[in-house]
Write a new protein. Structure first.
Length: 301
């Protein structure tokens, strides 16, 4: 296609947008709303994943050792715990360290050093942090099978609750994105279909004088993709601007509840490019599909 033909077809597509501006604005409005909802679903999923990851990093499983182990046995247990797949942090706590911790906590009520100076009742243990909280039960079972380990204390119910929440939110986000994508395709399809129907005689004449399908289709493709890209720009500004304000407010108004989950949202600098690129691709692809499916039957003259 020559450049002059290309510019002519682009101008025709933009002219059609102005001529049918009410329908164009309506389709852009619906598409923008769909993209905003998709962006909110994405941000919700990202933050839920971040919360689960933070809880997994803060979560500790306590591996209690049997009494009377030698230093060689403790060293062997240490190496086995550290070699367990999924373990990212291991801290050894001796009986003396446990006694010191409880003594500092209860020094106003009793002197635990004097009470247990010669008979320390506490057992040595390891504080273990795993990489993926969803593997907590499996890793706890593996740690419990190490020779010399008495018991393993792990918050399994908490991990299961948060992994279930993460799974539900992920499925809901994917489902919402799919539904909104279908709605967007239908809206763009109907908008372009009306435009095509109003110009069906013009399309017929162009076909009779020898215009190719690509030559006829291109202005409609320009109209659809331009609407999609404008909607993507508007939706990106709304989502990123609103999320920036939410992050700022969240950071300036800390609460005990928010501190439980890390005290901050995923920063905008980590997700804005996913949002913008995703909206641009979404607008381009959805409007391209809507254009192609709307004009096909009118080309059969």
């Amino acid at each position: 296609m020559r450049f002059s033909s290309f510019t002519y077809l682009v101008r025709q597509g933009l002219h059609s947008m102005r001529a049918n501006r009410l329908m164009t604005f309506a389709s852009m409005g619906v598409l923008t709303v769909c993209m905003v909802l998709i962006g909110l679903a994405y941000l919700l999923g990202v933050n839920v994943d971040a919360i689960v990851e933070y809880i997994g990093e803060q979560n500790e499983s306590i591996v209690y050792l049997e009494d009377g182990l030698s230093e060689e046995q403790i060293a062997d247990i240490d190496s086995q715990i550290r070699a367990t797949p999924g373990v990212v942090s291991v801290t050894y706590v001796s009986p003396e360290d446990v006694l010191a911790t409880y003594s500092s906590m209860l020094d106003e009520y009793a002197n635990m050093y004097e009470a247990f100076e010669n008979d320390n009742p506490f057992s040595a243990n390891y504080r273990v942090v795993i990489e993926d909280i969803s593997q907590l039960e499996q890793i706890s079972d593996e740690l419990g099978q190490i020779e010399g380990v008495a018991t393993v204390s792990a918050p399994l119910e908490l991990s299961q609750a948060f992994t279930s929440i993460q799974r539900v939110v992920s499925y809901a986000s994917y489902g919402l994105v799919a539904v909104l994508a279908i709605v967007s395709i239908v809206v763009i399809n109907n908008t372009i279909r009306i435009t095509v129907f109003a110009r069906r005689k013009e399309i017929g004449i162009m076909k009779l004088v020898g215009a190719t399908n690509g030559f006829i289709r291109f202005p409609f493709f320009v109209e659809g993709t331009t609407s999609g890209l404008i909607s993507a720009a508007i939706a990106s500004g709304i989502v990123c601007g609103a999320y920036y304000g939410l992050c700022k407010w969240y950071a300036e108004n800390p609460s005990n509840f928010s501190q439980m989950f890390g005290g901050e949202l995923v920063p905008l600098t980590s997700v804005w490019y996913y949002i913008v690129i995703g909206f641009v691709v979404l607008g381009f692809v959805l409007c391209g599909i809507g254009t192609a499916t709307s004009i096909r039957k009118h080309l059969n003259v």
